[in-house]
Design a protein around this ligand. Structure first.
Ligand code: PMP
Length: 293
């Protein structure tokens, strides 16, 4: 991944992709003092770019540091990186981290860095293929109590249990894993939020110990526009067998139907398909507003 052609925005400058390096004694590497974003550009426009920039800054604030760029500067930097790479449809990855001046748990004065990389990451599936659904394992790790970890931050450290869980699921032939939370309620997948359908209503866990994803919020809004009721609540594992449809959603996953979670089987149907199609329509760049006057 580090030997591609192209450029990466690095602390305000464009550097060659291959030269976008950090020192091995970087605090972010040793102590996970790093926060990042995952975004997608569709037709040359980054979907909800400002909201992602705001979340990045907020993630850093939760970890006790200030990302040294404003929302406007970050939005502009992302657009410029996308333009320089010449991609229309791409994944956008900003990351901010504590640098290498001091090495220890405390690193009060370390410089905060920001880098932005973009790469092509097409939606893998055709809609009809996607509708078959993916299979989820049930993860052994649980989303931690917000008093145990800064769960509202998209912090690198919180992904340790996600990578472990996803690897374990993949080793068993599953696409991903569903995680419970510290209380035993259904939480989310390793990099996406989760939704269920029963009797024409959508149910999704209350995001009180994991990211309230930007895609999740978009899907709730889209369901609202269709008059589909969305219930945000705590979902018990015993309820899984009672849902008929299930899907996960996130910037990378978009809306991806789920066919199985452990022993439970779901059949992607009308509501999943509607929201999947509505999401793909929603992310398309809006035609520039025609000058009215
Ligand atoms: N939960 C986790 C753990 C994630 O990594 C992501 C992806 N950022 C999400 C949920 C969904 O967030 P979003 O819709 O903002 O991409």
């Amino acid at each position: 991944f580090d030997s591609r052609d192209g450029v990466i925005w690095f602390d305000g400058q464009f550097v060659d992709w291959k030269d976008a390096k950090v020192h091995v004694l970087t605090h972010g590497l040793h102590y996970a003092s790093a926060v990042f974003e995952g975004e997608r550009a569709y037709g040359g426009a980054i979907f909800k770019s400002r909201q992602h920039a705001e979340r990045l800054i907020e993630s850093g604030r939760i970890l006790g540091f200030k990302v040294p760029y404003s929302v406007d500067e970050i939005v502009a930097a992302k657009d410029e990186t996308l333009a320089r790479m010449g991609f229309e449809n791409a994944y956008v990855r900003p990351i901010a981290w504590r640098g290498s001046e001091m090495m220890g748990v405390s690193a009060q004065n370390n410089t905060i860095h920001l880098a932005i990389a973009v790469w092509e990451w097409p939606s893998y599936f055709k809609p009809e293929e996607r509708l078959k659904g993916i299979r989820l394992d049930i993860a052994e790790y649980r989303r931690p109590d917000p008093k145990t970890a800064p769960s509202r931050s998209k912090a690198a450290g919180l992904y340790m249990i996600c990578t472990i869980s996803k690897h374990a699921a993949e080793a068993k032939g599953y696409a991903d894993a569903m995680m419970y939370d510290y209380r035993g309620y259904v939480a989310e997948a390793t990099g996406a939020n989760i939704f269920f359908v029963k009797d024409g209503k959508v149910h999704t866990p209350t995001p009180d110990c994991f990211l309230n994803g930007i895609t999740r919020q978009t899907v709730i809004e889209l369901a609202g526009r269709r008059g589909i009721e969305v219930v945000e609540r705590h979902i018990m594992p015993e309820e899984l067998g009672g849902f008929t449809e299930c899907f996960i959603c996130g910037t990378a996953a978009e809306v991806t139907p789920v066919s199985e979670i452990g022993p439970h089987v779901f059949k992607p149907a009308t509501i999943t398909e509607t929201l999947m199609n509505d999401y793909m329509a929603e992310v398309q760049p809006k035609p520039a507003a025609v000058a009215a006057e």
